[in-house]
Design a protein. Sequence first.
Length: 145
Amino acid sequence: MAYLNKKIGDIDSLIYMKESKINLLEQQRQSIITEAVTKGLNPNVKMKDSGVEWIGEVPELWEVSKLKNLFILQRGHDLTHEEFNEGEIPVYASNGIMGYHNTITTKGPNVTVGRSGSVGKVNYVETDFWAHNTCIYVKDNKKMI
């Protein structure tokens, strides 16, 4: 019995050490992602305060703006399965392509975001497409590059 207790203790110690390493690696991963997103490929870029507490500093050349000043979002268009007409135009729903149709509602390239079903799922669409009512798309690109 003492032998089993010792082995269980050894295994528990190994599990604890592995979980600690995983936690440290996750922290390191997040740090690398944050640095890459805020500084880009140049780690020596000059930084400035973003004016947003949770963002912190951003590269000096970045412009900080509200999303509403960059683009207008629009809800997609209704299209039931019965209304589909055979075609080559992708129909983008909240989770990506749900089928093909013969009519375009939205010019590509564009971005869609799921608004029901797969809420928050983002799709980058290079071609013209039908934006389904389960997604939101960029209707007016004011300043977005």
